[in-house]
Design a protein around this ligand. Structure first.
Ligand SMILES: C[S@@+](CC[C@H](N)C(=O)[O-])C[C@H]1O[C@@H](n2cnc3c(N)ncnc32)[C@H](O)[C@@H]1O
Length: 222
């Protein structure tokens, strides 16, 4: 994992270039028609063939479009059929803007599946005193409080706490409907979009008490 200083330096240097690249992609190359599936933040291992993968990390990651999600999504209005995002939104400073961007790029009837660290379950496990539910990543911690802090803030990488009510508020405010919390790896209301290839990217060691909070929703037809 990059140090916070290295990451901050990267964004200072790369942000203007990503802004230009994202703008050019959105206005020149982005598809106008067809089955457009957008995967934000694939990172190093989660590139999805058949999707347009967007990430700021062009060095150790693999992506199709190099862009900063803080500038918005590099796609035209109402052109995407599906947006998938796994353990990315917790890194973004303005989630109202991000959900509004997902809404903007989806076609009417388009769907999203978005998730990240399960702040609700983490709070329950902390109150139960169950340190074993947490890992000791990224900092080696033995106390339940230290592990809870690790999980929520990830050494300063995470900027928010994801809970079902907060996720639903963000999505409802953006205009989405049919919001459902779904289980990682196994549950989707849109299997034609979030198919076996998507499910294979998700990880969950305790399905009965999931570490990832995942929500699906739909842009209304009108
Ligand atoms: C924790 S990784 C998750 C990778 C993968 N989705 C997974 O579930 O394992 C977060 C990813 O989001 C990307 N990311 C974070 N902030 C971003 C931003 N502002 N713009 C574009 N990508 C960003 C990072 O580069 C990284 O690839």
């Amino acid at each position: 994992m990059l140090s916070r200083q290295a990451k901050a330096a990267f964004y200072v240097v790369a942000s203007p270039l990503m802004r230009v690249n994202g703008w050019a992609y959105r206005h020149i190359w982005a598809p106008r028609t067809g089955d457009l599936r957008v995967h934000v933040g694939p990172g190093q291992r989660n590139y999805l063939p058949g999707w347009i993968n967007v990430d700021a990390n062009m060095f150790t990651g693999k992506c199709d479009v190099w862009a900063n999600l803080e500038d918005g999504l590099p796609f035209r209005d109402s052109t995407a059929d599906a947006v998938y995002s796994h353990h990315v939104v917790e890194h973004l400073p303005n989630l109202d803007f991000h959900f509004a961007e997902i809404f903007r790029v989806l076609k009417p009837g388009g769907v999203f599946r978005v998730g990240g660290p399960n702040g609700d379950m983490a709070a329950r496990k902390y109150i139960e005193g169950n340190g074993d539910w947490f890992s000791d990543f990224p900092v080696k911690r033995s106390s339940v409080g230290g592990r809870y802090e690790n999980f929520i803030y990830c050494r300063g990488e995470h900027l928010t706490i994801l809970t079902p009510s907060f996720m639903k508020e963000l999505a409802t405010t953006a205009g989405f409907v049919d919001l459902v919390i779904v289980s990682p790896k196994s549950q989707t209301n849109y299997p034609q979009k979030f198919d076996a290839a998507v499910m294979a990217l998700e990880y969950e060691s305790t399905p009965e008490a999931p570490h990832t909070l995942l929500m699906e929703g739909r842009k209304p037809l009108r």
